[in-house]
Design a protein around this ligand. Sequence first.
Ligand code: SF4
Length: 298
Amino acid sequence: MRVQVDPQAGFCWGVIRTIQIAEENLQQGQPVYVLGQIIHNPREIERLERLGLRTITHEQLPEVVRQGARVLIRAHGEPPSTYRQAWQLGIELIDATCPIVAKLQERVRKFYLQGYQIVIFGKAEHPEMIGVRGVCNGECLIVSSIDDALQRVDLARPTVLFSQTTMDKEAFSKLAEALRQRIRQLVVEEPERVSGKFHAKDTICGQVSGREQHLRAFAAAHDVVIFVAGRASSNGRVLSEVCRSVNPRTYFIESIEELQESWFEGVGSVGITGATSTPQWYMQEVARYIRQRFGQSA
Ligand code: SF4
């Protein structure tokens, strides 16, 4: 049985940057805490915790003051209230917000100050959306589908449409088109016309959407695909569905223990890939395990 780890899978540059910032600060020997899980991947969190990183909640911020630790803001970003609270408590922050998320926050703030109705295609409880909600005083609608948007959006108001950075590009385009037909003053981040067709410019991260085409080819080239990601990873869900759309024998796992022998019976090739928060080293471990444990099942 041939087992291949997707050479293009692994961390996006935003996650690489966040982890580098964490490691550099941990090397200085002082305690470093992170507000919420640094990335949606339990294996990488365990590795960083072995280096001394501690994960805390917002409620635990006052306890950090007593220990003199610095607090890292992860790639998803935080609302302004977190910066205010840290400043009031005298906590030193290490801001590792992904620049793409910071840019989204900045654009939402700009349109909010101009009085637009802000509509965001995203998941309301995702940490990135909590940060973005904060920059517009919570005055935005986070919608999950066209139906959801049509029920809640005020079609008579000047409106701007954004997207969480990790959403599906095609679904966003359909939503933009649906709103465009009904709202006279709609901004979809400078809509473009390419070859006579409407294309919505979006705030979806190219590190996610750019992988889709490659993933389709990768998933189609293997009998079975093992998609490795944390269950809380938003782009993990989006990208695993991309694989499943071309290869129904795509299995989503968070850890090696979830692998099942029946998936590999009679299989000639297995492809292993993952989300933008899945470390290459863990996908290699999964590959080694499959070869040793199930290599004879084929
Ligand atoms: S997926 Fe994109 S927006 Fe999210 S952390 Fe990575 S580079 Fe930044």
